[in-house]
Design a protein around this ligand. Structure first.
Ligand SMILES: Cc1ncc(COP(=O)(O)O)c(C=O)c1O
Length: 425
């Protein structure tokens, strides 16, 4: 039996609130708070807003399993700290206490054993704004930017909207997981001369957690060919016991660090995406100045984090490690449960052998021979599952679907039940 699955018997999923949201009927019996199906009415939740289908009240409720946030309440101490501050009611300009950067620095030291000093930390309004700033700062219009495709779709927009040239280096689908073709990566760099590489590590959507050897090989190639690196490490905390995360900063290579920015955020780790706060690590003083000057010229860098961002981030990094441990365990069980059901009941859907990182299921439906339009129709119209279609992550994602498993297990179970009903002959 898969651990935690018995609670499903106590959590029916077809209870619907007046505003159309899914609700669990018996929250009192629920032991793990992550099993509770949240009532997201009137919360302005992007993910759940579209799940309300008032035009079709007779249909199955839509299951919101798309955008990358969790259905779980954040760390209780974060909620309390925000409630306490908001109760004051006076919301004027705020400053960032020194303890903020100390908390950020301590988290990364404790968890990944690398050091960032306070002056090397730049709080920012998000990882994507930081990536766009870096593109402006370290490349020229028309220059090439290399991505390991399929990849998080806003990277493509970041390249095109800044007038840069997209260079693809596809990951290779192995038997058990996606792999990097290092020779092809280097050949592409030699042929196309990108100025910048956006590394997504852990990798969204494939869920790969690149090993220290892989990170070393990739960054060595970039160093050899003078390619600047933006490392998007936003998913670094969502890593399961089979894997170990290596930051580019763990390599402790000064030459590399001179042409590197590392993007981190508490948003995925503690379900704080709506708070829109990131911390960018830049070791080299000149690189930092250039980044900051560019941010200023783009009107992006101003007052540092506001008090909501700084209270949430500092409290989460100081007090959230136990919450994270429990959350990772729940998500890991979700992913294992999904893998088990798919292997038993829909073995034609490929997935990686073990969950390495991120809270996504990256599922390959190509054996069924559907077009992307047919796959989308199957998921959305027939199964009433709101997932991310693979093609949005680039043409290499065609025939795949990304399902967000950071949800109550009853919702995931219902999604798999629906897939099984639709696909099993
Ligand atoms: C790889 C990756 N980078 C960046 C982001 C978004 O970051 P932000 O909201 O801080 O711009 C996401 C969100 O899903 C992501 O998966």
């Amino acid at each position: 039996m898969i651990s935690g699955i018995t609670v499903l018997n106590r959590a029916p999923v077809h209870q619907v609130s007046a505003n159309g949201n899914l609700l669990s009927a018996n929250t009192a019996a629920i032991s793990n708070s992550r099993d509770r199906i949240p009532d997201m009415g009137n919360t302005l939740s992007l993910k759940w807003q579209r799940s309300v289908d008032s035009a079709n009240p007779d249909k199955l409720p839509l299951l919101p399993l798309w955008i990358a946030d969790m259905d779980f309440e954040t760390v209780p101490t974060v909620k309390e700290a925000l409630q306490q501050r908001l109760a004051n009611g006076v919301y004027g300009y705020s400053y960032t206490p020194d303890s903020y950067k100390a908390a950020v620095s301590e988290w990364f030291k404790d968890r990944f054993n690398y050091s960032v000093r306070a002056n090397e930390i730049i709080p920012f309004s998000g990882v994507i704004p930081a990536i766009i700033t870096a593109i402006h700062a370290f490349t020229k219009p028309g220059s090439g930017i290399i991505l390991q495709t399929p990849v998080y779709h806003p990277f493509y927009k970041a390249v095109s909207s800044t007038g840069r040239r997209l260079i693809r280096s596809p990951l290779i689908q192995g038997k058990n997981r996606f792999e990097i073709d290092f020779a092809a990566f280097e050949r592409t760099i030699e042929a196309e001369h990108p100025e910048l590489f956006i590394l997504c590590s852990p990798h969204n959507p494939t869920g790969r957690v690149f090993s220290k050897d892989e990170i070393t090989a990739l960054t060595d190639i970039c160093l050899k060919h003078g390619v600047f690196i933006v490392a998007d490490e936003i998913h670094s905390d969502i890593v399961f016991p089979s894997s170990a995360f290596t930051s580019v900063l763990n390599l402790e290579n000064d030459r590399l660090n001179d042409r590197l920015i590392v993007c981190t955020s508490p948003s995925k780790t503690f379900n704080l995406a709506g708070i829109a706060n990131a911390n960018i690590f830049i070791k080299n003083a000149e690189t930092r100045t250039r980044f900051l000057d560019t941010a200023e010229s783009l009107g992006l860098h101003g007052h540092g984090p506001n008090f909501i961002q700084s209270i949430a981030t500092e409290t989460a990094y100081r007090t959230g490690s136990y919450w994270l441990k429990e959350t990772l365990s729940y998500i890991k069980d979700n992913l294992s449960y999904a893998y088990y059901r798919l292997d038993e009941e829909l073995p034609d859907i490929w997935h990686s052998a073990v969950p390495e990182g991120t809270y996504f299921l990256w599922l390959d439906f190509r054996k069924y021979g559907f077009s992307d339009a047919e796959l989308e129709k199957l998921l959305l119209t027939e199964c009433r599952i709101q997932a991310n279609q693979g093609y949005i992550f680039g043409k290499e994602g065609s025939g795949f679907v990304r399902i967000n498993a950071a949800c109550p297990r009853a919702i995931l179970k219902e999604a798999i039940d629906r897939l099984v009903r639709a696909l099993k002959c």
